[in-house]
Each structure stands twice: as structure tokens, then as C-alpha cells.
Design a protein around this ligand. Structure first.
Ligand SMILES: *Cc1c(COP(=O)(O)O)cnc(C)c1O
Length: 417
């Protein structure tokens, strides 16, 4: 498991990496259409930046275009690319239990890109290896899946199939899943990209990959599984270490996680992880000017993003991160106990920091005041969620609960009319 580093060790590692990059100012870099941040606008005072490795990387502005865990990469930014490689390995091996050196990956713009990247790779693999036509391919996932699953199917011109979940347990209805796959097969769909959720956006529910594997095998169809851990990737593996959603499961081909959610990194820090020998299916051979070519969806991207996530993980260390997650769980348990006392009904996975309350208990004004997020802004809304993050302290939760208690006391049966 990765170790915690001191501030000084982190500074040294990042500044040493920056020195290994080609520097736009101190060297003659004539051929690339990128530069350091504009110093008429952005502060580049050496004294101020010398203890600020992330800001220094922002100002230096290395471009991490491409994927750096395989083949060649742009030599200009080799120093910070090496840090990104280490980050990918920490996530694939320490968090998701993959074997050492067996994974590729990169820092994407976020969970949306990560999901599209996975479906893109699977679609091209089905096309190339089996001669599959796009109409014979489907993305399949639960109704609670993030809408980027639908985006990916739309962009990649493949079918999109969803499976209902139980409204109370948020579990996939396994019988309907089997039927749905059988019906799709009868319509000529023979190749499936299954999206397994590790914490859905609205409920924090976690799918069982075996449900999909059973349904695909029973129907004798080809498939690959991608785990959408955009929300849960920096939470669930720590709060429920024995869960079955990881690379020990040979059917899980790729996993995506967002550092800009639970890990409090800047936006633009999705992390895409995939077994070796799959990235090539997203190779764009026309990308001739990029050394090592490009196997990512995004193209140019900031090297500072990778540095930020690496710094966060190294500041805590694996066990320090586990402690931080446990503090969030402690607060969430506290919140749930209070909701139980008030008789407010909610959904929560016991290892999650997300509590989704039935809207009939929550006055609209209170939801607005405390910025609770509704399940739907357009249809009739049935749920409001609280996400227990670093800034969501017990004191803050308590203010909300006191007001909630008052408004429930004014109603007949603890339910708003
Ligand atoms: C937020 C989220 C996404 C999309 O991630 P972005 O970083 O906003 O692109 C995908 N899946 C899940 C489960 C999410 O919570």
C-alpha cells in the first residue's frame, strides 16, 4: 500500500519531476503550440511558488496529451508523466487490487469521459475482433446509472439498454436483467458493454458484477464490464474493503474513478484504469504529430491535474486515507441515527456517505436552504440527497436536523401534507 510522504518529500518529488520536463522559459522550445501560463496575467513569483508544487506545475503548464503507461510518450514532459504513471499504479493496484504492472490508464477530464473511453474501447474491440456491427452492440446498465452511460451509447452509435432497480433496495432486478439480455439477443444484439456502479450518483448504491456475468453467460453472449466508480472509487474500497468490485474479478476489464469528487481534487481529474492490451482499441493512428500517438478521448490535458491527485494520495497515505473515510462514515452514521429518531425514511448503503431521503419528509424550503439535491428537476421529485463530505460537519448537519424536526412537528404523522 502506498506510503504517506512529508510535505518536504512531496515538494522534492514534484519539483524534481518539473526539472525533468522541458521548460518553456529556461530552454529553447520552438516547436510546440503550448507555453507556460501568461505571466502578465498569472503570478509566477518564484518566492511565492517555491513551496507550492501544484501551483508551480500549473504555471509551468506541462501537457500530458496521450497515455503514458504504455509505448512512447512526448519526451518533453517525461518528468511529470512519471508521476501520473505512479498514480495510475496506486489506483489500479492498491485501491482496486490489480496485479503489479498489469494496468494502463490516464487522468481523464472526469467520469463522463472515463465511461465513454471504456465503451469506445469495447465497441472497437467487438467491431475489430468479432466483426460486430454497431447495431449488434449494447451498453447495458441499471436505471440508477449516471447519464454519461446514455451519452456514451449515443455518441458511439450503439444500443442503450437499462434494467430496473428495486425502489427500496436499489438492487438490480436479476430476473428482469436475464430477460432483458435474452430479449436483446433475440433482436440480434450479441455484444454487451456492462456498466457496474460502485456508488450511484443519487443513491450511493453498489451493483454486484456477478448479476451481469450470470445474465451474459446464461445467454451465451460476448461482454466486457466497466466499473463506474466516479463517485465511489475513493470511498467504497476503503469503507468496505471486502467488496467484490475490483480487478481480482477477471471479468472486470476497466474501472473509472473521479478524484474531483470524494478526493477533493481540482476538476479535470477522472482516472481511467484498464487491463493491459486494451488501450490499443482506442488508438487514433491519424494522431501522427503526437509522439506515441494518442489512445485517449481528450487530447491535450493539464499535467497539473495528475500532480494534484498524486499529492493528495501521498499526503495521506493509504491508511491515512482510510481514517479520513472513516470520519465521513462516522458522521453519516450519526446523521442516519437522527433521521431514524425523526422517522424520516431514506436509502443508504451501510458503507456509503450518501443519504437519500424520501422527499415527502423534506419541506422544499429546507431542501433549498441546505442545497439538498433532488432526484429530478423536471419530473415529480421523490428523493433528496445529502452527501457527507469534508465540509459537511456534524454541526452543519445538526442545523438542518433541528429545522427538519421543527417542521415535522407541525405535521400530523411526521409527513408533510
Ligand atoms: C459524477 C458522476 C459521473 C460523471 O462524472 P463527471 O466527472 O461529472 O464527468 C459518472 N458516474 C457517476 C456515478 C458519477 O457520480
Amino acid at each position: 500500500m502506498w506510503k504517506k510522504l512529508s510535505k518536504q518529500e512531496i515538494n522534492e518529488a514534484v519539483f524534481s519531476a518539473l526539472r525533468q520536463n522541458r521548460h518553456y522559459k529556461h530552454e529553447h522550445v520552438l516547436g510546440i503550440p503550448v507555453s507556460h501560463l501568461d505571466d502578465k496575467v498569472f503570478y509566477d513569483n518564484f518566492e511565492m511558488l517555491k513551496d507550492a508544487p501544484f501551483l508551480s506545475t500549473m504555471v509551468d503548464n506541462p501537457n500530458h496529451i496521450g497515455c503514458h503507461t504504455l509505448g512512447e510518450s512526448e519526451a518533453f514532459f517525461a518528468g511529470t508523466q512519471a508521476i501520473e504513471r505512479e498514480l495510475v499504479a496506486m489506483c489500479a493496484e492498491d485501491i482496486f487490487k490489480g496485479d503489479e504492472g498489469e494496468f494502463d490508464g490516464y487522468v481523464s477530464s472526469g467520469g463522463t469521459e472515463t465511461n465513454i473511453q471504456a465503451v469506445w474501447i469495447f465497441r472497437n474491440l467487438f467491431n475489430r475482433e468479432f466483426g460486430a456491427k454497431n447495431e449488434e452492440i449494447a451498453v447495458i446498465c441499471s436505471d440508477d446509472t449516471h447519464y454519461s452511460g446514455a451519452k456514451s451509447a449515443n455518441l458511439l452509435n450503439v444500443n442503450y439498454i437499462t434494467v430496473p432497480v428495486d425502489q427500496e433496495t436499489r438492487k438490480i432486478d436479476v430476473k428482469i436483467l436475464h430477460q432483458t439480455v435474452a430479449e436483446a439477443k433475440a433482436r440480434g444484439i450479441k455484444y454487451f458493454a456492462g456498466i457496474v456502479n460502485m456508488m450511484t450518483t443519487m443513491f450511493g448504491s453498489v451493483d454486484n458484477p456477478q448479476d451481469y456475468i450470470d445474465a451474459f453467460q446464461a445467454n451465451d453472449v460476448k461482454f466486457h464490464l466497466h466499473v463506474d466508480a466516479a463517485f465511489g472509487g475513493f470511498m467504497y474500497p476503503f469503507s468496505n474493503n471486502n467488496n467484490p468490485v475490483n480487478f481480482q474479478n477477471p471479468y472486470i476489464t476497466s474501472i473509472g474513478m473521479d478524484a474531483h469528487k470524494m478526493a477533493q481534487a481540482p476538476f479535470g481529474t477522472g482516472i481511467f484504469l484498464i487491463r493491459k492490451d486494451y488501450m490499443q482499441y482506442a488508438l487514433t493512428e491519424e494522431a501522427q504529430y503526437v509522439s506515441g500517438m494518442d489512445m485517449t478521448l481528450v487530447g491535450s490535458r493539464s499535467g497539473a491535474n495528475a500532480i494534484s491527485v498524486w499529492m493528495i494520495l501521498k499526503t495521506y497515505g493509504y491508511y491515512g486515507w482510510t481514517e479520513k473515510i472513516n470520519m465521513l462514515l462516522y458522521r453519516t452514521n450519526w446523521l442516519c441515527k437522527k433521521l431514524d429518531q425523526l422517522g424520516v425514511e431514506y436509502y443508504r448503503d451501510e458503507h456509503s456517505n450518501l443519504v437519500t431521503m424520501k422527499s415527502k419528509f423534506i419541506p422544499t424550503e429546507l431542501a433549498q436552504k441546505y442545497a439538498l439535491v433532488p432526484e429530478s428537476h423536471t419530473k415529480e421529485n421523490k428523493w433528496y440527497k445529502i452527501v457527507v463530505m469534508d465540509h459537511v460537519s456534524i454541526d452543519a448537519l445538526n442545523l438542518f436536523l433541528e429545522e427538519l424536526e421543527q417542521s415535522l412537528a407541525q405535521t400530523d404523522e411526521g409527513v408533510l401534507v
